[in-house]
Design a protein around this ligand. Structure first.
Ligand code: CA
Length: 227
């Protein structure tokens, strides 16, 4: 589970990141609203902790733009202000939950667990069958199926294929694939992505699928469905 912390008070951001890491989450921080929106919209996070008052772009604006772009990632807003109109403003902007500073770490962790459970439940329903063209990918079994043929994917192959299939025929950048599948702390490189893409291509050939993984030079990959 990867959590993004958008908070300009550096010490608080670090404290939150340490707290989350001790609970087994992966946590990244960023300290202004412009970079925050870019990262929040990257599609690699399972949850965003968002401060209301930020330099560059305030949390409410960031959130409205994020939701306006169709991103449904759960957002927990944090603010020093306990004013009820702020709380309403936050929820109206698309926050899933609202915590007023100072809060107890236990309260924050409980909210995070709640939002992640909700997100997972929504995703699990989608996960039952991700399809693209003649392909079907099952989350429980890692089986990739095309008509009467199927192959079992490894964990990394599954993560890559899932990201490609969720984006259908839109381009997924190598950076997105590296971050989502290997994570920030990993020293994996483009080369690793290429190796796993070649494994997947071999499996697609074996399945006789009409779906191909197309390389977009210097950018990334997308799925292409042959007519
Ligand atoms: Ca702030």
């Amino acid at each position: 589970m990867r959590i993004l912390i958008v908070e300009d008070e550096v010490r608080l951001a670090q404290t939150l990141a340490d707290l989350l890491k001790r609970q087994g989450y992966t946590a990244d921080t960023c300290c202004d609203g412009v970079e925050g929106l870019d990262n929040a919209a990257s599609g690699i996070y399972d949850l965003i902790l968002l401060d209301a008052m930020l330099p560059g772009k305030d949390g409410f604006t960031l959130l409205r733009e994020l939701r306006g772009g169709g991103h449904t990632v759960p957002v927990l807003m944090l603010t020093a202000r306990s004013d009820v109109t702020d709380r309403v403003h936050g929820l109206d902007s698309g926050a899933d939950y609202y915590l007023t500073k100072p809060f107890e770490p236990q309260e924050l962790l409980a909210c995070i667990r709640l939002l992640l459970r909700r997100g997972n439940a929504a995703e699990a329903r989608l996960d039952d069958a991700i399809t693209c063209g003649d392909l079907r990918l099952e989350s429980g079994t890692f089986l990739l199926t095309c008509q009467d043929r199927s192959v079992r994917l490894s964990r990394r192959e599954y993560d890559l294929m899932e990201l490609l299939m969720r984006n259908q025929t839109q381009i997924v950048t190598k950076e997105q694939l590296l971050l989502k599948v290997w994570g920030y702390d990993s020293d994996a490189e483009d080369n690793n992505v290429e190796v796993y893409i070649s494994f997947l291509r071999r499996k697609l050939t074996h399945l006789h699928s009409a779906v191909h993984i197309k390389t977009i030079r210097l950018v990334g990959y997308c799925l292409e469905v042959a007519p």
